[in-house]
Ligand binder design. Sequence first.
Ligand SMILES: [Zn+2]
Length: 314
Amino acid sequence: MMMCFKALVLLACTSGYAQTASQQKQNAQSYFNGEHLLLHIKTLSSDAFEGRQTGTKGGIKAKQYIIDQFEKLGVQPLGEGFEQEFSFTRRNKSYTAGNVLGLIKGTEFPESYIVISAHYDHLGIRKKEGQSDHIYNGADDDASGTSALFSFAEYFKNNPPKHSVILTAFDSEELGLKGSKYFVDHARVPLESIMVNLNMDMISRSDKKELYAVGTRYNAALKSLILNFKPAGNLKLLIGHDGEDGKQNWTGSSDHGSFHNKKIPFLYFGVEDHKDYHKASDHYENIHPEFYKDAVRLIISVFNELDAIQLKKG
Ligand SMILES: [Zn+2]
């Protein structure tokens, strides 16, 4: 796998960067409908979804919302149905949970997969000490990544990918990456056929307009791709947070960690923790819509660079 990446990144480096920034921006704007993106994040982080905790009414409502959107957008189920149900026990509590797995068949390399993921669960309804119940809406964490899955699906309607794409909304990330662990342990495609995981978790706000791509430390080809990438829009793409720059190490901080544990290359897109992180105030009103749209465009552009790499087996 590593050898393929090394050999193939040259293709990406020599072919992918001829566009000017303005051309890139123009292309990016036609990628998906930004208003749809905002409507989805607003909906999923509304009180009606009750904070989307695993196994709760709100969590199940979110799961159904994702399945409905996938169906509307022409995404196929991966395997027999969209849902991958699983159960587990944590701190003496039993949970029934469900990932949502969609498939877009690749036009050139259908047996090779890029997994694009986000987690749809969040913290639910909690009592703050001495106060009444609060709904933890989890707009940035991670209604932002989940809604971006629909933008990818919109984009693929007009721009079918060369590699097959698995669009994955994981459950139970907040309970210890349970959904992604189950996904890699009970994979519906051979793990060797997964080329890379692009994970999105907290991509909708940044005071400094900074988005991190974590995981380049572990893969020279991905590092070269990100370092050479020129983002369109008003945001900075940074590498780091993967254990060698003295900053907090995010290698295992979200679902990409489960892929990393199986030696599958990953890029994790996310922002620095902010004042509303894991607070009841992680509301839709606190996201930065322009940054968010730029971030999703950027991630789709990175996807395109990866999709242009011809993965040869063996
Ligand atoms: Zn998260």
